[in-house]
Design a protein around this ligand. Sequence first.
Ligand SMILES: Cc1cc2nc3c(=O)[nH]c(=O)nc-3n(C[C@H](O)[C@H](O)[C@H](O)COP(=O)(O)OP(=O)(O)OC[C@H]3O[C@@H](n4cnc5c(N)ncnc54)[C@H](O)[C@@H]3O)c2cc1C
Length: 383
Amino acid sequence: MDLNFSEEQIIMRDSVDKLMQKHAPPETIRKLDREQAYPYELYDVWVEAGLLKMPFPEQYGGLGGSVIDMAIIAQVLSYHSADLSMAYGGSIFCGLNLVRKGSEEQKRHWLPKLLSGEIKFSISMSEPDAGSDIGAMRTTARRDGEAWVINGQKLWATGAAARNNFINVYVKTDPSAHYRKGMSLFLVDNQTPGVKLRKLDMLGRRCTGTYEIFFDDVRVPADHLVGGENRGWEVVLSGLQVERVTSAAGNCGAAQAVVDLAVQFAKERKQFGRPIGTNQAIAHMLADMQTEVEAAHTLMWRAAWLVATGKEALREITMAKLFASETYAKVANLGMQIMGGYGYNMEFDMQRHFRDSRASTIAAGTSQMQRNLIAGLMGLKVA
Ligand SMILES: Cc1cc2nc3c(=O)[nH]c(=O)nc-3n(C[C@H](O)[C@H](O)[C@H](O)COP(=O)(O)OP(=O)(O)OC[C@H]3O[C@@H](n4cnc5c(N)ncnc54)[C@H](O)[C@@H]3O)c2cc1C
């Protein structure tokens, strides 16, 4: 296993970091978080810098980057803000589904618009009664001439109300079939008549935002169906490896940011006439935090390397997602303890990590569901 980055990858990592320092300094991130505002200007900066192009094939205007490149970008973006990086992830993951499962005509139509920032993508599967049990979804689409008509309700859709966003919505097109055989993916302009969005009041990730969506007789052109009728589950599976590795990379980056903040604080904050970091209780907590973050990185890079070299990696990817998300939540909790009252104060960044990190063990499959999957791969039957 080669865990060295190429020279180009190091340059890319450093330039994305510089770009974030310049366009999303801590005060900007705090302001966006306070105002719960979508990072439109930053998204445009990403587009301008070619970040949206990175993982897409060159024939569609992309830069042909690998899953390792994506993991590097996710790690750096999330180091600055796990919330803001969700805006990037939504467009990238959905765009890659199109590359894998869209028709040639669809790729030529949608990808240039996505890569140039003209449109964005977000994903919507979850419903009030269908979270971990995605098969319980009730939103449907029925064919009506040259269109499909969608009815139902979705929940927890990240970034769904962004300007010029097309919601990648999974619905039942054959409600009588098992969801693996009766679900389809549609690209729905969030301004289509009949689409109603409500921003939810969430603990964290308040900028990209989490939405409830109502679909009331929403007419969608037939060519907005991606991957074929009743083939939605195949689309979901096709993207699972890259998505989970990238999401693990994001959590690793955010967890490292927490450790760096806590170490800096422990060196500067003096009580009893000396830095609090000179107390073994604090120093050991920080040593454990850094060790766990390193372990999360190692699992993640191993999974990324397996995916990049075309090897079967469901077990490693699932472990990487589980461990990285739990590590982010764990170190943010400890980081707050280390910072005392400052950690709990809204003028410091630890509370944002504390809030944003809590979503990481829930979204994109809960920790319990990851453990179920790992146990299943170990030959254990989990009810
Ligand atoms: C901030 C945020 C952003 C999100 N963004 C999106 C998005 O963009 N698009 C989208 O479609 N969804 C999104 N989600 C939804 C997310 O995928 C779901 O919340 C998640 O799948 C869990 O579903 P649920 O919330 O309904 O919880 P439930 O499935 O009801 O689970 C509740 C609890 O029961 C446990 N549980 C359930 N079943 C089992 C089982 N079989 N074994 C063991 N434990 C079990 C769970 O682990 C959890 O602890 C987002 C969620 C959050 C919090």
